[in-house]
Structure formats: structure tokens, C-alpha cells
Write a protein that binds this ligand. Structure first.
Ligand SMILES: *Cc1c(COP(=O)(O)O)cnc(C)c1O
Length: 344
């Protein structure tokens, strides 16, 4: 059966060139700092994000965890969006492993947190309060329709943070989607932030890995914390080789995923019984609702026909386009959605 998997861009499989890169990658023990391929990836990642240094980690979750643990001590507070990945989908790691107190502030539909709301969340010095240390942003914003944060917004948050002596961490799991959608360099989106994490294993199609980028001193400390959480890897050049290939060959084609997401949204908007807002689709993530009928049955009908996606609310579903999904796949998916919407 033909399967169209729109659950996430994490399902992407490495392209042939990426697999070949593994075979010839020079390797060494990266915990000893002796894997040349890892070093090359880290240098490349630092350059792309405009930071001094970088650190390869196992996942985006580990990247955010290690970054927050490096910025904060026990009892310190992090201001973050109430819809953000770190708050919702990282198993409470910053609290469980770092004793760090999350202070969620409402995300706007475009993934921003209003500056006034951030300012109001910053604690004054008082023996009763936790100490605010860090502000976290997410770009693109997963739960907010893959919305990209504009460089101007990020800069304003950085300025606000500076005025209060706070650090800023950017969860840039899909920062390349943001850069491609906005037509800017990644560097413009990371300017001023103290740390940024991005994923190699999503739209960039690498099998494993994320990278943290920041100042040299920060990355040195993060390297220690990575070891502490069991993330020191040995011949990790196997992974890094894929990451280098991803950064060199997989970024520009992301535009195709965004076009496909647009096509999908416009198609869904024309299906009787389904509701979406195509104008909200800026990158590769979209949501839609089933207006009538049984959502579980609708979901199951689609699955049986080979169309996979996540249900994210009572009547709400998420679709993610990615490498390996073609335009004909989008038409095929729309056919299944229309039939399932009729059949429930
Ligand atoms: C996917 C994702 C992560 C990290 O996920 P891993 O599966 O741990 O790599 C972090 N932030 C956002 C916004 C994500 O979408």
C-alpha cells in the first residue's frame, strides 16, 4: 500500500549521498575531542548561526535540556511560551533533572510572546521569588502552525533580556525552515541570542542529531553538562557526517516542503467538512479541523488508506510536509482526506 506519512518531518530517511558520506568520514573518540568529522560539523554549525562554537547532541530535547541546564541553576526560573516544545513535550526534563522552574507565558497565534508579557513575568529581587535567569523562544513555532519568528522580534526580546541581565535561548529545531520562509540568513534569526539549538533530523533529513551553538565559554560548559546527562558520544562522526551533508545539501530544497504545505492547506480548505486557514501556513506545518462526524473514525479511515498524521485535539489534526513527500503525494493525500470527510 502507498503510505503518505505526514506525522512529522522526523520520519525523513537519509538520502543516498548522506549514507555515502558516512562510509568515508574520518572518525575518532569525540569525548576526547578527537573526531575530526564532529569538529567539522561543529565549526560549520557555529559559522551558519554566527556563533563562536557548537556542540553536537543526540536530539533536540537534549539540546534544549543541556542549554537550559548550562544557563540556569536549581530554583532558577525560565520564561517560556505556554505552547512551546520545551514546556509541553520534553518530559519536564528541565524540572526533573535541573530543578529549574518554568514560568509559562501565553503564546500568540504567531508563536511570539508579547514583549510586555515577558517583561511582566520577570521577577523583581525578593526573597519569596525564584530568580529569573532565562527567556526561551521557539523558531519556527511547532504548535503555532510552524510560524517563523521575525529577526526584529527576536532582537527586541534580546534587548529586553539584556536590560534585565537575562540570557536568551532559542529552540531553533526548525530554524532553517524559518530562514527559507523569511528569505533571510539563519544568522539574522540567531543574532544576539546566547544559545540556539537546531535539529539535523527533521526537515534536513539526517537520521540523528541536533547542535547547540553559542559563545565558546558557554559551549565548554555545555560539553560538561552533555557528559553529565550521558550524551558524550564516541565515534560520533558517523552522525556528524550526515549533519554536514544536511547543512550543505538539504537546506535549499526546504522551499518545496513549504509549497507542498500551501497546496495541502488550500486543498483542505476546499474540502466540505474540513476547516483550515491556508493564510496561516508559512512553513511545513499545518493544522485542520473536522467540522462534522466522528474524529476518531475519520482518523482511522485515513490511516487505513495509508495517510498518516497526528490528532492534536478533539477535532484537530496536524500535517507536516517534508523531504520524500512529492506534489503527487499531496494530491493523493487530499483525495483520501476528502473521502474520509465524506465517509464519517
Ligand atoms: C522536534 C522538536 C524538538 C526536539 O525534538 P527531538 O525529537 O528531541 O529531536 C524541540 N523543539 C521543537 C520545537 C521541536 O519541534
Amino acid at each position: 500500500m502507498r503510505i503518505i506519512d505526514l506525522r512529522s518531518d522526523t520520519v525523513t530517511l537519509p538520502p543516498p549521498g548522506m549514507r555515502e558520506a558516512i562510509l568515508t568520514a574520518p572518525l575518532g573518540d569525540d569525548v576526547y575531542g578527537e573526531d575530526p568529522t564532529v569538529r567539522e560539523l561543529e565549526e560549520l554549525a557555529a559559522e551558519v548561526t554566527g556563533k563562536e562554537a557548537a556542540l553536537l547532541v543526540a536530539s533536540g530535547t537534549m539540546g534544549n535540556l543541556v542549554s537550559v541546564l548550562t544557563h540556569c541553576g536549581r530554583g532558577d526560573e525560565v520564561i517560556l511560551g505556554d505552547q512551546c516544545h520545551t514546556f509541553l513535550y520534553e518530559a519536564g526534563g528541565i524540572s526533573a533533572l535541573g530543578g529549574i522552574h518554568p514560568h509559562p507565558v501565553r503564546n500568540e497565534p504567531d508563536g511570539t510572546i508579547p514583549l510586555e508579557a515577558i517583561a511582566a513575568a520577570i521577577r523583581p529581587e525578593n526573597i519569596h521569588f525564584p530568580r529569573t535567569r532565562l527567556i526561551c523562544l521557539e523558531n519556527t513555532h511547532n504548535r503555532c502552525w510552524g510560524s517563523p519568528l521575525a529577526p526584529e522580534y527576536t532582537r527586541e526580546v534580546v534587548h529586553l533580556a539584556r536590560r534585565h541581565g537575562l540570557a536568551v535561548h532559542l529552540d531553533g529545531a526548525r530554524i532553517f525552515n524559518a530562514a527559507v520562509a523569511l528569505g533571510v540568513e539563519v544568522e539574522e534569526l540567531t543574532a544576539g541570542v546566547d544559545s540556539v539549538t537546531f535539529c539535523l533530523s527533521k526537515g534536513l533529513a539526517a537520521p540523528v542529531g541536533s547542535v547547540i551553538c553559542g559563545e565558546r565559554g558557554f559551549i565548554e560548559e555545555a560539553r560538561r553538562i552533555r557528559k553529565q546527562v550521558g550524551g558524550g558520544m564516541r565515534q560520533a562522526g558517523i552522525i556528524a557526517a550526515c549533519g554536514i551533508y544536511a547543512l550543505k545539501h538539504m537546506v535549499a530544497r526546504i522551499a518545496e516542503d513549504h509549497e507542498n504545505a500551501q497546496l495541502l492547506a488550500r486543498g483542505i480548505a476546499n474540502v466540505d467538512g474540513l476547516y483550515t486557514e491556508p493564510e496561516r501556513v508559512r512553513t511545513n506545518i499545518l493544522y485542520f479541523e473536522l467540522e462534522r462526524g466522528d474524529p476518531a473514525e475519520f482518523h482511522e479511515l485515513c490511516r487505513k488508506r495509508g495517510l498518516l498524521f497526528h490528532r492534536t485535539g478533539e477535532r484537530r489534526f496536524r500535517l507536516v510536509t517534508h523531504y520524500g513527500i512529492t506534489r503527487p503525494d499531496i494530491d493523493y493525500a487530499l483525495g483520501i482526506l476528502a473521502e474520509a470527510a465524506k465517509g464519517t
